[in-house]
Design a protein around this ligand. Structure first.
Ligand SMILES: [Zn+2]
Length: 421
């Protein structure tokens, strides 16, 4: 009973699994089932990627972000396009193979047809000859005796001068006629048989021609499909190449721009470090990580602090702060009590506010608020946690309204989210 249960239950899920595998294989093999999104969906996904790239890389132009997104899109479609070319090529090869095979079968059938026709013609000639021969003998007998039958002819022969000799001759003549008549019958049968074979072969040739005509259509369709698939792949390759060329053309300039931004970040970090040294860190002792308040609590983080590969420059670059997706013009709040170190325009940072807060475990802590539409505080001013210090914006190297918020620990950029409670 246990054995029965095992036998009856175990294979069943396996069969289902096998069925699922087959269905999946079909789904995956079905042309256009994967990767070939509709143009609208594709446009949307490229647009989304452009937004994402611009959020990840402040100051990256929409034009270049689009080039990158379109290149990635082309690259992502290429494996499917290559598979489609392979599949279409296989189909075309198969159609060509069938075409050749049918051609060979047709040639061989036509040769056989020709041979049979010749055989039938020669058989017909032989039949005519035999018929003439039989008719000739009969006619001779008739002319000699006036009697139409072979018997009369035989009688006439036996009545010749030497009876025995006459009988022998009769015997021989009868046998000769019989052989001729037998051969005639055989040849007629052979000809009928050959004619049947010829009819069959003619029908086969007609079928083969029909089949060949279908295969020619199949071959033409496969050729078109293969050409289309190749054209689609070529188009993706040229899209990718064109994008790669644009990226290459902009690489040096972008790398220079990133280098300028990096120098500016370092210069500003030094400035904060010097200020903190000169001002004794405000003598304020901070409780450590977690004492900062979110400067834009109502808005999402659109890009975190950290290293990332720049898609144009092809170099790793530190995103020195946390980006919050604020609209332009909304209040930006001081993350903690402190003194405004600087407030003004700072190159790629746009309008920037820097606030020094004091010391945490011996390290001086400052926060910066960047790309503001307008700063609301001035250097030297004391601020309290939660005071509005600026209106968010998109000044400097920025392609959309947001707050770029930084935390500096002894002048080094650290992850702000580690410090915000
Ligand atoms: Zn940022």
């Amino acid at each position: 009973m246990i054995g029965f249960v095992k036998q009856s239950t175990v294979p069943f899920p396996r069969r289902i699994l096998a069925l699922i595998a087959v269905v999946l294989a079909f789904v995956m093999l079905a042309p256009g089932s994967a990767g070939a999104a509709s143009p609208t969906a594709e446009k949307e996904s490229v647009d989304e990627r452009v937004d994402e790239l611009q959020r990840e890389h402040e100051g990256l132009s929409e034009e270049l972000a689009r080039v990158v997104a379109e290149m990635e899109d082309a690259e992502s479609q290429m494996p499917d396009a290559e598979d489609a070319v392979d599949a279409a090529t296989d189909e075309l090869d198969e159609a060509k193979r069938k075409d050749e095979e049918l051609g060979a079968r047709l040639t061989s059938a036509e040769n056989a047809e020709e041979e049979l026709r010749e055989e039938i013609d020669s058989g017909t000639d032989q039949i005519e000859e035999s018929e003439e021969s039989v008719v000739g003998v009969a006619r001779k007998a008739y002319q000699n005796s006036g009697v139409t039958s072979d018997v009369a002819m035989l009688l006439q022969m036996t009545e010749s001068d030497n009876g025995l000799d006459g009988l022998t001759r009769v015997d021989s003549a009868v046998r000769g006629q019989q052989r001729t008549i037998t051969r005639l019958g055989e040849r007629r049968a052979a000809n009928i048989n050959n004619q049947d074979r010829l009819d069959a072969i003619s029908e086969e040739i007609s079928d083969l021609k029909d089949e060949a005509a279908e295969v020619v259509l199949e071959k033409e369709a496969a050729e078109r499909t293969a050409q289309d698939a190749k054209a689609a792949l070529d188009s993706l390759v040229s899209q990718k190449d064109a994008a790669a060329k644009t990226i290459e053309d902009n690489q040096a300039e972008t790398a220079e721009e990133l280098e300028r931004q990096k120098e500016e970040q370092e210069r500003l970090a030094d400035e904060v470090r010097e200020w903190q040294e000169d001002n004794g860190d405000g003598n304020r002792s901070l409780p450590g990580e977690g004492f900062l308040r979110n400067p834009a609590p109502d808005y999402p983080i659109t890009s975190p602090f950290g290293w990332r590969m720049h898609p144009i420059a092809g170099v790793r670059r530190l995103h020195t702060g946390t980006d919050f997706g604020t609209p332009c013009g909304v209040d930006v709040y001081a993350a903690a009590d402190g003194v405004v170190v600087s407030s003004g325009s700072a190159g790629g940072y746009g309008n920037r506010v820097v606030i020094a807060h004091g010391t945490s475990n011996g390290a001086s802590i400052a926060t910066t608020y960047n790309h503001n539409t307008r700063n609301l505080v001035t250097a030297g001013q004391s601020v309290s946690q939660g005071d509005a210090v600026a209106l968010a914006g998109t000044t400097g190297s920025s392609t959309g309204c947001h707050l770029h918020f930084e935390v500096m620990q002894d002048g080094d950029y650290v992850d702000p989210m580690d410090w915000i409670s």
